[in-house]
Each structure stands twice: as C-alpha cells, then as structure tokens.
Design a protein around this ligand. Structure first.
Ligand SMILES: Cc1cc2nc3c(=O)[nH]c(=O)nc-3n(C[C@H](O)[C@H](O)[C@H](O)COP(=O)(O)O)c2cc1C
Ligand code: SF4
Length: 429
C-alpha cells in the first residue's frame, strides 16, 4: 500500500482556496507572485479576532478547537504574547501540512504574522521536524525573502525540532522552545496562559493559519460560503492507502468519504474499511463509511476527521495485524512519562499483537477490552486516548475477524499500511 506522497492534486469539482495559487501557477509562488495572486495582506490587528470568530474557523491540527476563542484568550494575557506555528505533522499517514508549507509557504507565514498582530505577539516560532531538510531549506528561503523586503513587523524564527509522534503536541513544542526536551508537559498552566518564556502563547496548526490569512483578506461571510454551517471553509485531506492517486486534496467539509476516495482515483483493489483521522483515528467498515459526510458533525459520534486523513484498507489485508502494528508504533512513540504511556499502551499493543497472531483466548480478549478502557483521560496529553480510540474501533468494526482469529488463529493475510519502524531511538532535544 502506498503512503501518500507529499503532493496535492486538484479536481475540477472542488473549491480551491489554499491550493489555488499553486494550482494556477503549477508551482509554489514566490512572495511577489503570492501577493499578486492573493492581494496584499490587510492589517486588521485585533479586529481579526472577531472576524475569525464570525467565520467559525476551527483548528486543523486534529482537535478542531475554535480558533477565535484561542486568539481571544492569548490576546487577553498580561504579558507580550508569542506565536508558535505547528508545522510538525507527526501523523505518519498525513501529508497535508508539509504539502501546504511546500506549495504555499507565504500563505502560512501571512497567517502567522496576522495572528501575531491580533494577539499582540512580537515573535513567531515556525516549528518543523529537522528530518525534513528540503522543506526547511525552502522555508528558510521564504522567511529570508520576506525579511529582505521587510513585510513582517514581527520576528519570524524557523525552528528545527526532533521528529517524533508526540514531539508535535503543543506543550512539547513549548517545552523544547524553552530549552527542554520535546516531551509533552502537564497543564495547568495552559500554554495560552504561560508558554514560551512564561508568556501567553498561541499554538496553531499551519493549515489553520493559512485559512486565517484568507479570512483577513476576504472576511467571515466569504469563508462561510464553503463547507457546512458547523464546519465552514475548506479543508485539506490526505487520502492514503489502496487508492490510485494517493495525495492531498482540498475539499469542503461534508463531502462524502466515497466522493473523496473517487477524487483520489478510486480504489485500486476491493476495499473492506477506511481508517479515518490517522493512527489515532477510527476504523469504519465499507460500504457504510462511503456515504458519511467527512466533517466533524458528519462523522460523529463514531469518528472525527482528526488531522484530515482517510486511509483505504484492501480486502486482502488483515485489519487486526494492521491495528497491532499501529499500536506497537504508538506505544513505542509515547514519551514514557505517564502511567498509560509506560504501562497501559505497551500492554494493549502486546495483547493486540497476540490477538492478530492467533494467540488470544476469550479471557485475554476481555483483558484487552478492560485495558483499552483504562487508557483515555489518564495521560498528561491525549496520546493514549488516540491509541485507545483506534484499538476500540478495531474490535467493534472487525468483529468477524476477531472471532476468526479466536477460533482459527493467525490468518496470515498481508499488512499494507506504511507504519514507520519502531526500533529507532527517539531524539527529544
Ligand atoms: C500526540 C499528539 C500529537 C499532535 N501532533 C500534532 C501535529 O503534528 N500537528 C499539529 O498541528 N497538531 C498536533 N497536535 C495538536 C496540538 O497539540 C495542538 O492542539 C495544535 O497544534 C493546535 O493547533 P490548531 O488549533 O490550529 O489545530 C497533536 C496532539 C497530540 C496529543
Ligand atoms: S501521555 Fe504519554 S505522551 Fe502524553 S505526556 Fe504522558 S507520557 Fe507523554
């Protein structure tokens, strides 16, 4: 199964906003072309917060938190604020953020600067994994281009962080920027109150900031012309797995899952399920999932779009073995600070691997269910919650496979999802 390459593709039927400039030029736009295409960024300052609230923009980094509320909380702090741009994209199935940064860096930087002006920040940290060297070079060039013409009234610093599944969590970014390891920390104090150097800190996903840059230019009503009332605007989706054209596309929330798969070229073989949201996401069976609107409200209560990932699983793959591999990866990539990460997650991964390999008994299955139930809400961050969601959804979506493995043992079907190796040593500093 193909991992999605970091490339966008466009469909005549989709609404392009973030990818519009790239689509028109066929390549990333330099600063001059970017400003010619999108128009100069206005300077609404603090008034932008109201526009973002009216637009109903929500975070595109996974949790879907209302961006306007976060801007207002940071702007209300007593000290000068800091903006942290989350360009880490640690979700292994996702490519949307690296794609956006590669094809429209100035839209993201415009958004970061506008957000900084709205909350009264004098400094922006653009965080990217240090392993993505080509992207870092391209971003350094974009930041320099802006500095040369002096378009930005705030300092923009490009930060190369250790790459890992939890090093991209907001408190981990702040911890690293404060000189510590890129491990999540417990809150309170919350980042928006006391983050980088003890200052109120706005952490925002790159896609969220690119939308914000367009809201500043075109307003809340324009933003709401796409998407649904509850999930307005457009959104980037990575379509991965057993489909003909894996990649990133821009779509309107509410587009059915089946349409998105078709826009990605359709299945390259018969499918049994989709993984929605990424490794910390939810398995949904087919054909049931095809008609579901891909939006927070359309997928509720079973799934959330998470970081905007749809991965297609072919019929001949073993869904339990796929889940066991992902859980093993998630267990190895926790920060090993809290109980659920140190003990619960590895135990769930081991139990699941036993089930996939045909070593499970009904008693062990009961123990697995019990252990999954103990994971959510007990870590300092939400890493164990995502793993629990994935494991629980596999047990409910693939009941026939669970029965088959209990009665007949290992099914020896292949695994196809691109799960990174778990043996590497995680860097934290
Ligand atoms: C384990 C874990 C990993 C995360 N990884 C990312 C990431 O790679 N990129 C991202 O934008 N947010 C990630 N988040 C969410 C961030 O903590 C934070 O909520 C987000 O950057 C806020 O931006 P938004 O409101 O614009 O979505 C992660 C959260 C968790 C719990
Ligand atoms: S739950 Fe895991 S990843 Fe999150 S803070 Fe605790 S040890 Fe770190």
């Amino acid at each position: 199964m193909n991992p999605a390459p970091a490339r966008p593709f466009t469909e005549p039927s989709t609404t392009l906003r973030l990818l519009d400039g790239w689509s028109a030029a066929g390549r990333p736009l330099g600063l001059t072309e970017h400003l010619r295409h999108h128009g100069p960024a206005p300077r609404p300052g603090r008034a932008l917060i109201e526009a973002v609230e009216e637009a109903g923009l929500t975070g595109r980094g996974g949790a879907g938190f209302p961006t306007g509320r976060k801007l207002r909380a940071v702007a209300g702090g007593r000290r000068r604020a800091v903006v942290v741009v989350n360009g880490m994209e640690s979700e292994p199935l996702s490519r949307k953020d690296q794609t956006l940064l590669a094809v429209a860096p100035h839209l993201v930087l415009d958004g970061a600067v506008l957000a900084a002006e709205a909350v009264g920040a004098d400094r922006i940290h653009l965080c990217v994994p240090r392993t993505r060297t080509a992207l870092l070079h391209a971003l350094a060039a974009a930041v320099e281009e802006r500095q040369d013409v002096g378009v930005d009234p705030v300092v923009v610093r490009l930060e190369a962080l250790p790459h890992g599944y939890v090093t991209s969590e907001s408190t981990a970014l702040v911890h690293w920027l404060n000189g510590g390891p890129a491990r999540p920390t417990s809150s309170p104090p919350r980042t928006h109150e006391k983050g980088v150097r003890g200052r109120p800190t706005l952490v925002q996903n790159v896609e969220t900031l690119a939308h914000l840059a367009l809201i500043a230019r075109h307003g809340a009503d324009w933003f709401r012309q796409a998407g649904t009332a509850a999930s307005p605007g457009t959104t980037l989706v990575t379509v991965a797995g057993a489909i003909r054209r894996p990649g990133v596309l821009e779509t309107e929330p509410g587009t059915p899952v089946g349409t998105l798969l078709r826009q990605a070229g359709g299945a390259d073989q018969p499918l049994q399920a989709v993984l929605i949201g990424g490794f910390a996401g939810t398995w949904l069976s087919l054909p049931y999932a095809l008609a579901l609107p891909f939006s927070r409200e359309g997928l509720a209560p079973h799934a959330t779009p998470g970081a905007g990932v749809i991965a297609a699983l072919p019929n001949d793959a073993c869904p339990l073995a796929e889940t066991a591999r992902i859980l093993t990866y998630l267990a190895a990539n926790g920060a090993q600070q809290c109980g659920p990460c140190r003990f619960g997650l590895p135990a769930v991964a081991d139990d699941f691997t036993g089930l996939a390999h045909g070593h499970a008994t009904p008693d062990r299955l009961d123990r697995l269910r019990h252990r999954i139930g103990l994971l959510p809400g007990r870590g300092a961050c939400r890493h164990p919650d995502g793993a629990a969601r994935l494991a629980a959804s596999a047990l409910t979506t693939f009941t026939d496979d669970v029965d088959h493995h209990l009665t007949h043992g290992h099914c020896h079907r292949p695994t196809t999802l691109p799960v990174p190796p778990t043996t590497r040593t995680q860097e934290w500093t």
